[in-house]
Write a protein that binds this ligand. Structure first.
Ligand code: PEP
Ligand code: MG
Length: 622
C-alpha cells in the first residue's frame, strides 16, 4: 500500500508498492506507455462460430458497465481529473458507511475489511497512476480507473501467492464501485446497447446469448465454455463470430479497447497493432466473398461421387433461422430446439405462443419436413419461470445428470402437454415430425408416447383438427439408449443421434467445461462404436436415422458417417455448404473403407489425424 499505511489489515489486502517491486517487469503491459498498440495481447480459446469481428470491447462482469468512450479531449483533462477525485470521495463515503454497518452488526474485524478497501482506493500510487493516465493519455476516468485497477489485479494474480490472488476480487469490487460512481445513470445493459460492440465476458448463459442483438453484437469471447455448450451452438445459430473457453483474461481488459475476434482460429487480439488490424480487415473482406460463394451451394445436390443422395437438413433454435437453411438449399429442418421459446422471455409460453412459432417454422419450410424436438430444458437452459417458487428444484435442474430434458417434461405434465397440444394442432400445417430428447430407457419413451396419445384424445374430444400419423422419434444421446438401439428401433419411427450429449455422457466429460475441453472429442473410439451401432440398428429395422449433433457439421466426419451407413444429417445452417461439398468429394465405397479403417483405430488422436488427412487429400484431388 502507499506510504503511511503500514497496519496489518493494509498489508493483508495487498501493498501495491511491494507488489510492483516484487514482480518487477510484470507482463508486457506498461501502464505508462502512451502508444497502447504496443500492448497488443493475443489469447487463444475454442473457435465455435466462424468469421472475423473487429470492434470496441464491452466488458460484461457480473454487473454490466459500458465505458462510453476511451478518450477525453485535452481541454477537458482538468475537469475529468476533478470528476475522478469526486468519485473517489463518494466511494470512500460509501465504503465508510458499509464499514460502520459491518462493525456494528458483525464486529470490528469485519469492519476492517472495508477499512482496507478504503485504503486501497486512497492509495497515493494508484491515484497518481490514474491521474497520469487521464492527463498524459487523455483517457476517460472510467477507462483509466479500469486499466489501472486491472493492471494491479494482474500483478496480484501473477505472484503465485494464493492470498494475494484472492485479493483480486477486492480490486474488482473497487473497480465496480468506482465505475458505478463515474457512470451514474449512463450504465448500459446488454439489452439496450446503442452501438456495435464486441462482448468479452467470463461466461454468457444461453438465455443471455439468445437475447443478443445481432446488429449490435459483432462478436463475443468468454473465459468459460466448451465446443458444444449451448452458448457456443447459439453463437453459430446467430452467425456471430465467437471464441469460448479462453481461460482467464478479464483482468487484461477494461472496456473500450479495440479487439479482434477470430472465430476460425480461436484467437482474440486485444489492442491490435495497425498492421494486424489491416491484415484482419483484409481477411474480413475475403470472408464476405467466401460467404457469397457458399450461398451458391444452394442449388448443389448433396450426392456422393457414385450418385447416392444424402439428405442435408438444418438445425435451428429460432423460427427466423429457417430462412438460413432454405437459402442454402437444406432438405428441411432436422432439429428444432424448441426450449429457446422459454429462454427468450421471462414469461412461460402458452399454447398459442408455441403454436405461432411452429406455424411460422412450417410456413418458412415450405412443405419440407420439420423435426420438432420437445423441450430440452435443464442444465444451462433453466428459465426463471420454471423454478420460481420451487427453490429445491433449482439445483436438480442445473445438473447434467439431474432433472433435465424429457425427465423434466415428464415431471411437469402441464408444461409438456401444452407443448404437445400445440405440436398436434400445427401438424395440419405441414410435415411435422416429433422427437423426444435424452431418452435413456424404454419405459421413458413409452411414457412420453402415452402422454402424447392422451393429448390426442383430449384434442379429439374437443373436436380440434390434427394429424394422427405424425412420426414419433427419439434422440439417441445417452450410452444406455445406444446400447439398446435394436430394442428402441422396434418402437420408434426414427432416430436422431445427438452426438453433443452422447460424447459428454460416454466420456464423462462436461461439454461446457473449459478445463476438460481437450478430453471432449468426437473421434473417441468408444463414441464411434456407439454411433456405428445405432446406425446399424436403424438400418436393420428400416427406420430413418440422422446425426444432428455438431459432429455432422464437421466435414472431417462426413465420409466416416456415410461409410457407417448414414444417409441423413442435420447441421448448423452455416455448415450446410461445406457438408454438401464433403459429401460430393467421396463415393460410398471409399466412405465404407474409411469407416472400416477408423473403427479399427484405438485412440481419438489417430482417428482425428487420419480423418484430417483424408479430407486434405480429397480437397486437393477435387
Ligand atoms: C446433441 O446432444 O447432440 C443435440 C443435438 O442436442 P443439444 O445440443 O441441444 O443437447
Ligand atoms: Mg442433446
Amino acid at each position: 500500500m502507499g506510504k503511511g499505511h503500514d497496519d496489518c489489515t493494509t498489508t493483508s489486502h495487498g501493498n501495491i508498492d511491494l507488489v510492483e517491486a516484487a514482480v518487477g517487469s510484470v507482463g508486457s503491459t506498461n501502464l505508462f506507455e502512451k502508444t497502447d498498440h504496443s500492448t497488443m495481447l493475443i489469447k487463444r480459446g475454442i473457435a465455435v462460430s466462424p468469421g472475423t469481428a473487429i470492434g470496441q470491447v464491452l466488458v460484461l462482469g457480473t454487473e454490466t458497465f459500458r465505458i462510453p468512450s476511451q478518450f477525453v479531449s485535452v481541454d477537458a483533462v482538468d475537469t475529468e481529473i476533478a470528476r475522478f477525485h469526486s468519485a473517489v470521495d463518494a466511494v470512500c463515503r460509501e465504503i465508510g458507511e458499509n464499514e460502520q454497518i459491518a462493525s456494528d452488526h458483525l464486529g470490528k474485524q469485519y469492519g476492517a475489511i472495508f477499512a482496507a478497501h478504503q485504503q486501497l482506493i486512497r492509495d497515493p500510487d494508484l491515484i497518481e497512476k490514474i491521474e497520469f493516465l487521464i492527463r498524459d493519455n487523455c483517457y476517460a476516468p472510467e477507462f483509466a480507473v479500469s486499466k489501472a485497477i486491472r493492471h494491479y489485479a494482474r500483478m496480484f494474480q501473477s505472484l503465485g501467492n494464493r492470498y494475494m490472488a484472492e485479493r483480486v476480487s477486492d480490486l474488482f469490487d473497487l473497480e465496480k464501485r468506482m465505475l458505478r460512481q463515474l457512470l451514474g445513470q449512463s450504465r448500459e445493459e446488454l439489452a439496450n446497447l446503442s452501438h456495435p460492440v464486441i462482448i468479452l465476458a467470463k461466461n454468457l448463459t444461453p438465455s443471455e446469448t439468445a437475447a443478443l442483438d445481432k446488429r449490435l453484437v459483432l462478436g463475443f469471447a468468454t473465459e468459460a465454455g466448451g465446443r458444444t455448450s449451448h452458448t457456443a451452438i447459439l453463437a453459430g445459430a446467430l452467425e456471430i463470430p465467437a471464441v469460448v473457453g479462453i481461460g482467464r483474461f478479464m483482468a487484461d481488459v477494461a472496456g473500450g479497447e479495440t479487439v479482434i475476434i477470430d472465430g476460425d482460429s480461436g484467437e482474440i487480439i486485444i489492442d491490435p497493432s495497425e498492421e494486424t488490424l489491416k491484415d484482419y480487415r483484409r481477411r474480413f473482406r475475403e470472408q464476405q466473398t467466401e460467404a457469397a460463394r457458399q450461398e451458391t451451394f444452394a442449388d448443389v445436390e448433396p450426392i456422393t461421387k457414385d450418385n447416392v443422395r444424402v439428405s442435408v437438413m438444418g438445425n435451428i433454435e429460432f423460427p427466423t433461422e429457417v430462412e438460413h437453411c432454405v437459402s442454402r438449399g437444406a432438405d428441411g429442418i432436422g432439429l428444432y430446439r424448441t426450449e429457446f421459446l422459454y429462454l427468450q422471455t421471462d414469461v412461460e409460453p402458452d399454447e398459442q405462443t408455441h403454436l405461432d412459432a411452429y406455424r411460422a417454422v412450417l410456413r418458412e419450410a415450405g412443405g419440407q419436413p420439420v423435426i420438432i424436438r420437445t423441450l430440452d430444458l435443464g442444465v444451462d437452459k433453466v428459465p426463471p419461470s420454471l423454478t420460481r417458487g420451487y427453490p429445491e428444484q433449482a439445483a436438480e435442474t442445473h445438473s447434467a445428470l439431474g432433472l433435465r430434458s424429457i425427465r423434466l417434461s415428464l415431471q411437469h405434465l402441464p408444461l409438456f402437454k401444452t407443448q404437445l397440444r400445440a405440436l398436434l394442432r400445427a401438424s395440419v400445417d405441414g410435415d411435422v415430425r416429433i422427437m423426444f430428447p435424452l431418452i435413456s430407457t424404454l419405459m421413458e419413451f413409452r411414457k412420453a408416447r402415452m402422454i402424447f396419445a392422451d393429448v390426442m384424445e383430449d384434442l379429439e374430444e374437443e373436436g380440434v383438427d390434427f394429424r394422427r400419423d405424425i412420426p414419433l422419434g427419439m434422440m439417441v444421446e445417452t450410452p444406455s439408449a445406444a446400447l439398446l438401439a435394436e430394442e428402441f428401433a422396434r418402437e420408434v419411427d426414427f432416430f436422431s443421434i445427438g452426438t453433443n450429449d452422447l460424447i459428454q455422457y460416454t466420456l464423462a466429460v462436461d461439454r461446457a467445461e473449459t478445463l476438460v475441453s481437450s478430453l471432449y472429442t468426437s473421434g473417441d473410439p468408444a463414441v464411434l462404436r456407439l454411433i456405428d451401432r445405432i446406425i446399424k440398428a436403424a438400418v436393420a429395422a428400416d427406420i430413418p436415422v440422422s446425426v444432428c449433433g455438431q459432429m455432422a457439421s464437421d466435414p472431417d466426419y462426413v465420409p466416416l458417417l456415410i461409410g457407417m451407413g448414414l444417409r441423413q444429417v442435420s447441421v448448423t445452417p452455416h455448415a450446410i455448404g461445406q457438408v454438401k461439398a464433403a459429401i460430393r468429394r467421396v463415393s460410398v465405397e471409399q466412405a465404407e473403407a474409411i469407416a472400416t479403417h477408423v473403427l479399427s483405430l484405438e485412440t481419438a488422436r489417430d482417428v482425428e489425424s487420419y480423418l484430417r488427412n483424408v479430407r486434405r487429400r480429397q480437397e486437393s484431388a477435387a
